[in-house]
Design a protein around this ligand. Sequence first.
Ligand code: ZN
Length: 413
Amino acid sequence: MKITNHDLFLSITPDKHFLEAKDTIYFDGVCDFVELHLGNRCTIHKAYTKSGEVPFEAVHTHKFTTVYRFQPNHDSLTIEYEGLFDRFKGYGVCAIHKHCVELSGFGFFFPTIEKNSQLERFTYSLEVALPNSWRVVAPDDRDIQNIPEDERRFHFQNHKIEDILVCASPDYKRHHRKSLTMILPKLDPSVAKGMLKDFENSVDLCTETFGKLRSGMTTTGIVSPRGEGSQEWGYERGHLWVIGDLFLQYACANDWRFGGLKKSLALHETIHSWIGIGVKMPIYLAEAITQYCEVVLTQKIYQEAGLDRRYFAWYEERLLEKIKEKDFAPASLDVTDDHYAFWYLKGSLAFYDLEKRVGRKRLLLAFNDLYQNHHGTFLDESDVRTALEKSLDLPLKRFFDHWMHTPGYKPLH
Ligand SMILES: [Zn+2]
């Protein structure tokens, strides 16, 4: 069972941090029952189809979402719920502030069948009721420039899910450069310039490394407000990437260094336009390859002697520290688990290990092949393995079993 479309109406009351939603979900067939994930801060009041009310029950509660089971016996289902926003929790991002509304946290607004709401693919029509003084803009709204501002909010019909970012802000400005768009809050001009330059460098470097980005992928970045205590620093949805303003603040205060190491703010999420979104694959693998590429491309940008080695040494140290406490194989973890050390740190160290066997240049060329031959498709782990084996002319079953399906940390090379 798949969701094909949502008709979602949201009414938002910013001062009360409250939203009301009415969502009609269309499926690709008639179903006797369906299980949907919905953010834990939402409460469902009612579920119905054209033939009347539909019984539902909560069957499981995860860290961020609850799974509800419905019996629609119909190819569509409408649910009405209310929820709280303006707090940031985990990967289900939702920030609604006085000057910016960001509804990219589908986990909270779109009930999904996939546990990882980022993997859900459906079209939607979205209507948002906001206070009158608020303006709604899309990440790339050049196509609606001619529409009067107060009507723009109704022009978000049937976009692909990756498009969605609604942001209301008189303060935010779009900066265009080549095919890039950046949406930035009011920043010191030198900071804004630095962000744009960083983004441009990242896109140029990724193009050079993985090949030209295919059409249908626009490149948009936004600096977004985050609530207190936010953990996640950014994410990517194919058409745009987001980083939190707190990370930018931290970066500016520390000469763009994290753990003492120079870091691009745009690079990781930009790489995902090629790896993970450009070529879709299981998320642990997408993060492993992306994090590895982030380090080696960071080295190319800043060209500080030994920067890459220091990054991997730092990752190793943190991974070993984590393993003392708990130890998992990357592939065994879910997006709702505590996965950072295993997907990002161990994952990137896996490809650093492979680099020692085949060389950096060949490994990056293999990722270029991967994008060129498979962009726009989903590869499971064995497909990724087959593709890399072909490019590298090397059997990799042992490599994947060892790094992705076995706990512990033991480089092969
Ligand atoms: Zn990532």
